[in-house]
Design a protein around this ligand. Structure first.
Ligand SMILES: [Zn+2]
Length: 253
C-alpha cells in the first residue's frame, strides 16, 4: 500500500515542498489550490494566506478556518475570470490527458488575476516503473503520469504569460534504457509502481504485480542492475521537478 505520510517525509519531497514555499508571493489574499489531494500543501498555504480554496476531483476533507473545500475539475474551473490573487497547481498537470492539457492550463491562467505557481516533474522518463495491466493488457506509466514536461512545452502551454521565476528542485532524475525496458516489457513489468493509489489509466481497474518464474526473475534482476549502473555512472544530473511562478504585473507593455 502507498503510504502518503511516509512519502511526505522523504528528503526529495521535503526539498520539493521547500522550493514551493520559497516561491510563494507575500502579497496574495485569495488563493486557489487546483488539485490539492489530501491537503498537505493546502495547510501550508492556509498558514500564510487568509482565504484558500482547496479543489479536487473528489471533494477534499481539509479542516482549517482559512480553507474552503470544493469539488471540481481543473479543465472547467467553476470560477469567474481573475477570481484569485494566486493560483497554485502542483503535481497535477502530469496526470491530465494530453488532449485536455491545453484547456487545463488556460483555465489556470483565466482564474488568476495576478500570480500562478505551477510544479511538474521535469523531463520525466515515463518508462521508469511502468506497469502492465493484467485486466486490459495495456501499459501504464508510473502513478498515472501521462505527460512529460520541459521548458519548451511549458512555454507553449503558458504562452500568454510573461517570463516567470523558475526553480529546479532536487537533482538526479532516475532514467531507464532500451534494453532494461525491453526486458521488463517482455516479462510484464515486475518493478512497476504497483503500490500506487492510481488505478489503470485505460480501464480503471487496480494494477497488480505479475508473478514471475525464477528465470524471468533473474533476467529482470539483470535489467535492474543495468539500470542501476546507468544511473550511478550517468553523466547528466537532470533535475526531478520544475517550478514556475508567473506574476502578470511584471508584464512589460
Ligand atoms: Zn487496465
Amino acid at each position: 500500500m502507498f503510504d502518503i505520510k511516509q512519502y511526505r517525509r522523504k528528503e526529495a519531497e521535503v526539498q520539493r515542498v521547500g522550493s514551493l514555499m520559497r516561491m510563494l508571493p507575500a502579497d496574495a489574499v485569495e488563493v486557489l489550490e487546483a488539485g490539492c489531494r489530501e491537503g498537505y500543501i493546502t495547510l501550508k498555504l492556509a498558514e500564510k494566506y487568509p482565504s484558500v480554496i482547496a479543489l479536487d476531483l473528489k471533494l477534499p476533507q481539509i479542516y482549517h478556518p482559512n480553507v474552503t473545500c470544493m469539488q471540481g475539475d481543473i479543465t472547467v474551473l467553476p470560477f469567474k475570470d481573475g477570481s484569485f490573487d494566486l493560483v497554485v497547481c502542483t503535481e497535477v498537470l502530469e496526470h491530465i490527458p494530453p488532449e485536455k492539457l491545453g484547456t487545463a492550463c488556460r483555465e489556470l491562467m483565466r482564474v488568476s488575476r495576478r500570480y500562478l505557481l505551477i510544479g511538474v516533474p521535469y523531463k520525466q522518463d515515463l518508462r521508469v516503473h511502468a506497469m502492465k495491466c493484467i485486466h486490459c493488457g495495456t501499459i501504464n506509466p508510473t502513478t498515472g503520469h501521462v505527460n512529460t514536461f520541459d521548458e519548451d512545452l511549458l512555454k507553449d502551454l503558458f504562452k500568454d504569460m510573461p517570463l516567470g521565476t523558475v526553480e529546479y528542485p532536487v537533482t538526479g532524475v532516475y532514467k531507464t534504457n532500451r534494453l532494461s525496458y525491453g526486458l521488463y516489457k517482455r516479462f510484464g513489468f515486475p518493478y512497476g509502481s504497483y503500490e500506487q493509489e492510481e488505478p489503470c489509466i485505460h480501464c480503471g481497474l487496480p494494477l497488480k504485480k505479475p508473478h514471475l518464474n525464477i528465470l524471468a526473475r533473474m533476467v529482470c534482476l539483470f535489467a535492474k542492475g543495468l539500470e542501476f549502473l546507468q544511473n550511478k555512472t550517468g553523466p547528466s544530473k537532470s533535475p526531478v521537478w520544475i517550478h514556475i511562478l508567473w506574476d502578470t504585473n511584471r508584464r512589460d507593455s
